[in-house]
Design a protein around this ligand. Structure first.
Ligand code: AMP
Ligand code: MG
Length: 398
């Protein structure tokens, strides 16, 4: 049996990062940054007022209070968008939020601490130097890395880039991932079930997982347990990565294995649970991962093997790896000795998890999987997971 780590290493060796291209910020949401993006401009770009009020020299309003206000002449006013003015000692300057600080002033007295005068102002509260002033560059300096290579361009990251003068980003296009389900028993979701038939849930599950990973699913018409039909379908596929489900174990009609064993795809047992039978290789120049048919095995195989392949295509391996977390087990479960186990879990309280599938780890329990919010990643040498243990978690589902 091959350990999962070396299987994933082989899977990663089959894919290379996609070439980057440039896009305007407005068209980059959800894509992966292909390189570090740095600030062109400082944020804020200049010292400015955090309040509507009066720019002063703090020394000029020293000791001001409601009982003993300090009165200063108002030498002028600056609104947001105007160029900076200058004040002399003993003067106040009316200023609006976001307006540049006048030269010579070092603090802002909020209008609420004054009588609001326009010719002369009575200041009823002292301020220390720097008070209510937003300093140039306190948020970011030119050259600071705002988004790192491999990070997803989220709303907040795009907004940050805009603020520091960046208008376009180098991104990787979403990888095209073909999905092919196999099985004589499969019918469309919603279709009436004949004897022995089940709904094809893997096509839907995988297309959604591919999309959640930031890639573009190409769901191909599913194939019956016919090697010829599968080879035909593969001949029509044009993708950066192909995923099949079903037909990879030791049954009599294991179509994927039958069709692709002689095509340079290797079929192996991987020391993981669920998801032991796996195929991996290249077909017509396209990397292919042949997953088992059971839906829970599909989810686990996707998380453990396919998601890293997509991350490699997108150049986001580091950022994805950083999303791992941990939790405390509320209710233990049996492990699979010698195999790395991925147990679907749900949160019972913040930071606390229990198995999501009441019936155990049965890899056909797709409906129970709807309750799962993460996979607990249990090392191969763990003999039992008990209440109170800390476990690593992969894949967050709200
Ligand atoms: P197989 O590896 O083809 O023997 O499939 C293993 C199990 O997964 C069988 O119970 C199949 O019926 C089930 N299965 C295979 N493909 C799908 C699919 N697309 N949707 C739901 N269940 C599937
Ligand atoms: Mg099958």
């Amino acid at each position: 049996m091959r350990d999962l780590e070396s299987h994933v290493a082989r899977a990663l060796a089959l894919v290379a990062p996609l070439a980057p291209h440039q896009r305007p910020l407005a068209l980059a949401l959800g894509l992966t940054a292909a390189r570090d993006h740095r600030a062109r401009d400082a944020s804020p770009p200049f010292d400015n007022s955090a309040m509507d009020g009066y720019a002063v020299r703090a020394a000029d309003v020293h000791g001001a209070s409601a009982e003993t206000p300090v009165r200063l002449p108002v030498a002028g006013e600056t609104a947001a968008g105007a160029p900076p003015a200058a004040v002399r000692a003993g003067q106040a300057w009316r200023i609006m939020t976001g307006a540049p600080m006048p030269d010579g002033a070092d603090a802002v007295v909020p209008v609420e601490s004054t009588d609001g005068g326009t010719e002369r102002v009575a200041v009823a509260k002292a301020v220390e130097p720097g008070r209510h002033v937003r300093r140039a560059g306190e948020d970011a300096l030119p050259g600071d890395v705002i988004v790192s290579a491999g990070q997803t361009l989220t709303a907040t990251r795009l907004g940050a880039l805009a603020a520091v003068g960046v208008s376009a980003v180098d991104v990787v296009r979403p990888a095209r991932v073909a999905v092919i389900a196999t099985g004589d028993e499969l019918v469309e979701p919603g279709a009436a079930l004949g004897p022995g038939e089940i709904h094809d849930s893997n096509s839907v599950l995988l297309a959604a997982l591919v999309r959640e990973a930031g890639a573009e699913p190409l769901v191909m018409e599913r194939v019956r347990d016919s090697p010829e039909q599968l080879l035909q379908r593969l001949a029509a596929a044009d993708a950066d990565l192909v995923i099949t489900t079903g037909g990879v174990s030791v049954g009599a009609y294991d179509v994927v294995k039958a069709a692709l064993s002689s095509e340079g795809v290797e079929f192996v047992s991987v020391a993981m649970q669920p998801g032991k039978p796996q195929g991996l290789g290249t077909v017509r120049g396209m990397p292919i991962a042949c997953l088992p048919g059971n839906p829970v095995s599909v989810l686990v195989s996707f998380a453990a093997i396919v998601a890293p392949m997509i991350a490699r295509l997108h150049g986001s391996e580091t950022a994805v790896a950083q999303q791992r977390t941990s939790a405390t087990v509320e209710q233990g479960w049996a492990t699979a000795p010698g195999r790395r186990q991925f147990m679907p879990v749900r949160f019972t309280a913040p930071g606390s998890v229990a198995p999501a599938t009441a019936g155990g780890s049965g890899s056909h329990l797709i409906a129970s999987l709807a309750a799962a919010q993460a996979l607990a990643d249990i090392p191969a040498d763990t003999e039992r997971v008990s209440a109170g243990d800390t476990v690593a978690l992969v894949r967050w589902i709200r």
